[in-house]
Design a protein around this ligand. Sequence first.
Ligand code: KIV
Length: 281
Amino acid sequence: MAKKVTVTTFQEMKETAEKITMLTAYDYTMAKIVDGSEVEAILVGDSLGMVMLGYPDTTGVTMEDMLHHTKAVSRGVTRAMVIADMPFLSYHLGIPQSVKNAGRLIQEGHAQAVKMEGGQEIIPDIRAIVRAGIPVMGHLGLTPQSIHTIGGYFIQGKSKEQAEKLIADALALVEAGVFGIVLECVPAELAAMITKKVTVPTIGIGAGAGCDGQVLVIHDLIGMLQGKVAKFVKQYGQIGHFMEEAISRYVQEVKNGVFPDAEHSYPIENAALNPANGEQK
Ligand code: KIV
């Protein structure tokens, strides 16, 4: 069996400059496929709110939602590190509750790490979770749980003040013990600068090629959801079209009587259908 990816693997990959790959997954089947493709980490992102549950943003996602999907993903993964997002308000109501919620994602969800959005304001919670033996991945730049404060899905860190704050936040997260930092929608040059300054790997999404690794939402990558995708998304397939086509053919074939045919049906001996024939002596 392939060797399990751990926080040590992340650190070694930073040191040897080998790029880290991370993708989201939210269910058993997808997790099994993604794990087979040898990515280093599978993120059970709270993006599942939009992708799986049809919410307009991530603020509606609860601990119970995260646990439900993390359990399913963990059952499908043997190699990659499973990282579960801590959802909106699950680490803002006091340190004991933050530690308890992080612990549930490990103990009940069987994740190996949690991810938390935010900078210096969440340092006490991160410290306490790390002290409990739970690896934490930070998340800076565009932090979608704060969508109502930010006011939209915009690039972050464009002004001097914003850039300085991002650098200070990244350094503070490292000091608090995170093993990696997601940088979302940050100008490429700034992300590269942060990557050089911090001792842990940075994982970019819309943050250019200078990060230590990359993460994408799997449904964006394979083109499963129809419609416009963000500028930073590269689509490596159009699975949604294939699915639509296959389902339309099924509907047509059922209506035309083409499916099911003999090949997809179970035959029975004539005698069994008409017992009187079989009993004749
Ligand atoms: O929830 C998520 O999918 C994420 C990634 C976009 C990094 O946080």
